[in-house]
Write a protein that binds this ligand. Sequence first.
Ligand SMILES: Cc1ncc(COP(=O)(O)O)c(C=O)c1O
Length: 364
Amino acid sequence: MHKFELDTPTLLIDFDKAERNIARMQEMADSAGVKLRPHTKTHKTPYLAHWQLRAGSRGITVAKLGEAEVMNAAGIDDILIAFPLQGAAKMERLLHLAERARLRVSLDSMKVAQDISDAAARRGFKIPFYVEVDPGLHRVGLPPREPTRDFVRQATKLPGIEFIGLLTHAGQAYAAKTLEEVAVVGKQEGALMVETAEMLRADGIAVREVSVGSTPTARFAAQVQGVTEIRPGTYVFYDTMQVHKFACGWDDCAQTVLLTVVAKHPDRLILDGGSKTLSSDRGPGGAATFGTVVGFAHLEIYALSEEHAHVRVTGNGPLPDIGAKVQVIPNHACAVMNLHERFVATRGDEVLGAFEIAARGKLQ
Ligand SMILES: Cc1ncc(COP(=O)(O)O)c(C=O)c1O
């Protein structure tokens, strides 16, 4: 079956491209001598996590306990939950999962450290943890160098957790305007972490892991001597944002949404998918553009209703008619996966079949 015979909206994943993206990132990690622990919040699909592991990834990263539970139920047992966990319900689930999987967590406060340690110590466990360092994103993470060292000195005294290393995510790379700027952020991300790790070692604290990485910075941070692990996620599909951050080309974008033209005006078209299908994530630099229409450079999605994409005609060229199908490369692949129950896999134009996005909606 040809992909354009599918009903719309349909989320499509081009397996040829995803496979190539997975292989290339793995090759890059291997040649830099670092482990790849992909962030699976992008695809939320155990089938694709297994692809990454088969290609050579060493464990996976998740943001949510619910994602970890889904991945573990699918047979994956080396999981980093890269999020500060809080609350009795999460402690209970964490310990339940720790009985089945080799878990590691990240944290940046004594409150989280103490709570996980208390829960683990009651069951006789020691949960491995990374300390998260703020590379300039100002989300979570302690300032590098002394503040991190002082925190680790305290946290290593707790009985139910075991310090294994430092972790960071230089999400500020998404504000970069040139490839050079991305490279600077990536190199600084690695260098700051290695410097902080050395400071800890000078203090007699063993640091096994120095874990870094976003999709745009991975190839730069991986080159920094002393980095042990990278955790890109979006690279599996890439998206409009990644093209603008120089991480890939348009032809690498494996995720598209198939939509139908349902209305046509001289200067505008309407497609049958809006914010519930493409997500409301804005374009590069916060631009009011909501994805890239494949093969129509003179079409721009300038607004979304819940179920409508509003498309402006910005230049000359043929326009698709009502009833025609078009593919849109979303701005942000990860947000889109969370909106859909399943995707349809293709190779080229040929449909392979539907796959459940088992961890979509697992927000707790
Ligand atoms: C802690 C952490 N690690 C890794 C990643 C993966 O980065 P990217 O989405 O750029 O692939 C993210 C993304 O949000 C993250 O928050």
